[in-house]
Write a protein that binds this ligand. Structure first.
Ligand code: FBP
Length: 330
């Protein structure tokens, strides 16, 4: 049985060409995992822990915050800010980044509780994280320091709170998965080098937005829905968990396509998902598992960020399907 601590010690030392950076990565992933255990326990207690319902205020995205959005945000912010390797933290729930230790090596971004509309209905939710290098050591970190392309990420991953609690991450050498052992509060290694099949028969999209999509996306989904009677010549099945972390976890487990495309619902908000807290970390995982991740045309990891809360269209998963979407958006 390999615990997270063992794995991080062995794995990162092996692959490290910078031991300072690797031990910084090690302690940061360990810190996030420890908070993940605490959030998992709160979720296990559910309504008994008074974590259901609204927090009574809106976040910078203009969304009603759930109680657990705020609780999990504060737990992560507190733990990471106390970690000396962490120079700064940025959260989906906070307007601006929070400077931490100016001599730290790393910047951490997180969506403390992805899929928060699932909390009150006892469905899967998750914590998504992205780790970037801090390039202005000795200075106080600010929002601009976080505006690095997704390719600059040193690591990314998520903790999913589902039927069991699991952790999946990459440090650029493939994707690994751990399961939480509730009897020891330890994450135990269950799979290394997770790979995604290039072809699939499963897709995930919020079909209720169909009339708001651009023509190429409607054509792609029409092709899938035509199944074996159409140009694709095979039937496709649909899933939608309402939490990106859940849909991406399914894709890492059995392949598939996930998309939250651009839409015309609200001209001021042509996309829903956040580049820095959702798209970039998930895109790195998917690419490291042999899949693809685009905004329908451009690889997500090559998008130059302009502000820490920017939103992007997302198409990710099994490469054949992502390429078909790219072709139709040609
Ligand atoms: P947050 O819950 O972090 O705001 O994330 C957005 C999200 O919940 C994704 O996880 C999910 O894929 C999508 O929105 C669901 O959107 P919709 O409610 O439109 O189906």
């Amino acid at each position: 049985m390999t615990t997270l601590a063992d794995y991080l010690t062995n794995h990162l030392q092996q692959h490290a060409n910078d031991s300072v950076l690797s031990s910084a990565l090690q302690s940061t992933i360990q810190t996030i995992a420890e908070v993940g255990v605490d959030i998992s326990k709160l979720l296990q207690r559910g309504a008994l822990a008074d974590i259901h319902g609204e927090a009574g205020n809106q976040n910078v995205q203009g969304e009603e915050q759930k109680k657990l959005d705020v609780i999990s945000n504060d737990m992560l912010l507190d733990a990471l800010s106390k970690n000396p390797v962490c120079a700064g933290v940025a959260s989906e729930e906070l307007d601006d980044s929070t400077p931490a230790n100016a001599n730290g090596e790393l910047l951490v971004l997180f969506d403390p509780l992805d899929g928060s509309s699932n909390i009150d209905i006892n469905m899967s939710v998750g914590t998504i994280f992205s780790i970037l290098p801090y390039k202005n050591k000795g200075q106080t970190a600010c929002n601009e320091d976080f505006l690095q392309k997704g390719r600059e990420q040193l690591a990314s991953g998520y903790v999913i709170y589902g039927t069991s609690t699991m952790l999946a991450f990459t440090t650029g050498q493939g994707v690994v998965m751990f399961a939480l052992d509730p009897s020891s509060d330890e994450f135990v290694l269950i799979e290394e080098n997770v790979t995604i099949d290039p072809s699939t028969k499963e897709y995930a999209i919020n079909m209720s937005n169909y009339r708001h999509w651009l023509a190429p996306m409607r054509q792609y989904i029409d092709e899938l829905n035509a199944g074996e009677t159409g140009v694709r010549g095979k039937n496709f099945n649909m899933r939608w968990i309402g939490a990106m972390v859940g849909d991406v976890h399914r894709i890492l487990c059995r392949g598939g396509l996930f998309s939250y495309p651009t839409d015309t619902k609200d001209p001021k908000k042509p996309a829903k998902l956040r580049l820095m807290y959702e798209a970039n970390p998930m895109a790195l995982l998917i690419e490291q598992a042999g899949g693809l991740a685009t905004d329908a045309i451009t690889d997500i990891l090559d998008i130059e960020p302009t502000e820490i809360h920017q939103r992007v269209p997302v198409v990710l998963g099994s490469s054949e399907e992502v390429e078909r979407v790219r072709e139709l958006h040609g």
